[in-house]
Design a protein around this ligand. Sequence first.
Ligand code: SAH
Length: 265
Amino acid sequence: MSRMVSRGPLREGEAVVFVDRKEREYLKRLEKGKKFSIRGGRILLEEVVGREEGTLVQSSLNESFLVFRPTLAQLVPNLPRIAQVIYPKDLGPILIWGDIFPGATVIEAGVGPGALTICLLRAVGPEGRLISYEIREDFAQMARDNIGSYYGSAAHWTLKIEDITQHLEERDVDRILLDLPEPWQVTDKAWEALRPGGVLLSYLPTVIQVKSLVDSLREHRGFARIETMESLMRFWHLKGLSVRPEHRMVAHTGFITVARRLAEK
Ligand code: SAH
C-alpha cells in the first residue's frame, strides 16, 4: 500500500482522518479487529471500509464524522511523535527551495517522527532514492512505524542509524537536507557527498544557528547562492460577514537556508 495510489473506496489498512462538527481531526488506521474510540463513542471498521472519501460515518453515540484519506497537511500535525515535526507551512517551501524532483537522490538528517521523510519519499518517487540518517534508535523506530503506517512500503528508502557528522559516505548526491542543531558540523562532508550544483538545505530554529551555518558555508568556499528565508502563513476566518484573519497564528518555527555546491573549492 502506498499513499501515492490511494483512491477509490477506503480499504482496510489505510490511514484516514475523521473530522468532527468543529473541524477537529482524528487520525486513525483502518486496522482489522480494531475499534476506533472517538470522542467517547466507537466507530466500527465495517462502517468505514468500502466508503468513498468525503462521506459521513456515525459513532455509537450517533455523532457524525466526515472521513477522508489525509492530505499531507492533515497528516503531519497529527503524526504520532516524540520529537518536533516540520510543519506543513515549511514543508512546502523546503520541497521547492530544496528542489526535490522525481528520480532525485536525496539525503536527510535527522529523521525524528518522519514528517519530512514522508514528503521526500513522495517527491522523489519510486525512481528516486532517499537515505535518512538518524542518531537515535528510538526516533528511528518511531519513523519506521510512521512511514509504514502512513506512507506504506517504501523500497526507495534507506534508514541509517548513524551520526551524520561522523558518517556520510554517499557520493554524487543531488540534495542534502539537514534538520539537526549543528549543521555546520556537516559542511565539509556535505560538500564531499553532493554533486556539483547539488543543493544543501538546512532548517534551524534560531538565527544564531543560522549565522554559524552561513559563516561556515562562506569560509568553506565550496558553496554559492547562500540564502536564508522564513515563511509566515496566516489562515483566514470566513463566516458570514466575519471575513478576517484568524486571531492566532504560528508565528515562528524555523529558518530555511539553502546553498548550491560549487564544482571546486
Ligand atoms: N525532520 C523531522 C524532525 C527531525 S527532529 C520531521 O519533519 O519529522 C531532529 C532529529 O535529528 C532528532 O530525531 C535527532 O535525534 C536527530 N539528530 C540530531 N543530531 C543528529 C546527527 N548528528 N545525525 C543524525 N541525526 C541527528
